[in-house]
Design a protein around this ligand. Structure first.
Ligand code: COA
Length: 262
């Protein structure tokens, strides 16, 4: 079981690790310690075979994550600002995007700045009706520094990304859905149920194939790689896995597969 820490609560349910960012008095904003604890939690969960997928949410009913902790970086220098961004990319945002198990953001309220960037680094987003999403950094005289300038444009297109970033406007859950930023919108009380509905489908599938699919989809967004070539390579490799033998064998035998993730 993955341990709970000061700002990160963990609960394992039906093969799914639910991570709750737990700093409600600061609207779950991401200070250094929370980033570190979230990184450690994800690292620990990655090698645990009983965990097939992860859901990340925020504690309370008001906020998913209201951004990076503004008080913490208020007096940063240029060099410290650069470090804040690069450490965040490495420990959380790129780490989540390239995680070997699907991660769903259950956006239960404000997802602002680093909070929206966290949700965008996840593989899917389910958003509650009351949520407000935005990248308000230009209001503070900075820009999004946790991948927001890149991932927002990938998800909603360049025009909407420009609009959201330069106006700093928050958008509603319904607009997020219409623009492709949210996979689903639910009532707040149904948010986790919807996430579990998705993860229930994932937990019965081949972990090795899912890991590979995440890698290959991401390859298409990496300027240094040719996604189609990576796909050909990885498709071929799938034929050498035990999961492939099991999946095809089960189909032929008309039984349910029992994947071992090998
Ligand atoms: N960093 C640090 N503290 C934050 C925070 C952040 N990103 N967002 C909220 N908080 C803190 C507030 O300072 C306040 O703490 P306090 O009670 O000790 O004063 C507490 O969380 C509650 O927030 P508050 O602003 O009083 O709630 P609200 O309902 O009036 O407003 C928001 C909610 C989300 C609109 C507002 O908190 C906000 O604009 N937050 C910053 C969002 C942002 O710019 N994020 C990008 C950062 S780069």
């Amino acid at each position: 079981m993955v341990a709970t820490s000061e700002f990160i609560q963990c609960e394992l349910k039906n093969g799914v690790l639910v991570i709750t960012i737990n700093r409600p008095d600061k609207l779950n904003s991401l200070n250094k310690q929370t980033i570190e604890e979230l990184h450690e939690t994800l690292l620990e969960a990655e090698n645990q075979k009983e965990i097939s997928a992860v859901i990340i949410t925020g504690s309370g009913q008001k906020a998913f994550v209201a951004g990076a902790d503004i008080a913490e970086f208020a007096n940063y220098s240029v060099e410290e600002g650069k470090q804040l961004s690069s450490i965040g990319h490495f420990k959380i945002f790129n780490f989540i995007e390239n995680y070997s198990k699907p991660i769903i953001a259950a956006v239960n309220g404000f997802a602002l700045g680093g909070g929206l960037e966290l949700a965008m680094a996840c593989h899917m987003r389910v958003v509650s009706e009351n949520a407000k999403l935005g990248l308000p950094e230009v209001s503070l005289g900075v820009i999004p520094g946790y991948g927001g300038t890149q991932r927002l444009a990938q998800l909603v297109g360049k025009g909407k990304a420009f609009e959201m970033i330069v106006t700093a406007d928050m958008i509603t859950a319904q607009d997020a859905y219409k623009w492709g930023l949210a996979n689903y919108v639910t009532k707040q009380e149904d948010l986790l149920t919807k996430c579990f509905e998705i993860t229930a489908k994932i937990t019965t599938k081949s972990p090795t194939a899912i890991k590979t699919a995440i890698k290959v989809i991401n390859a298409g967004y990496n300027n240094k790689l040719n996604g189609f070539e990576v796909e050909i390579e990885e498709f071929g490799k799938s034929f050498g896995t035990k999961d492939f033998k099991e999946g095809v064998g089960a189909f032929m035998d008309k039984r349910k597969p029992e994947f071992k993730g090998e």
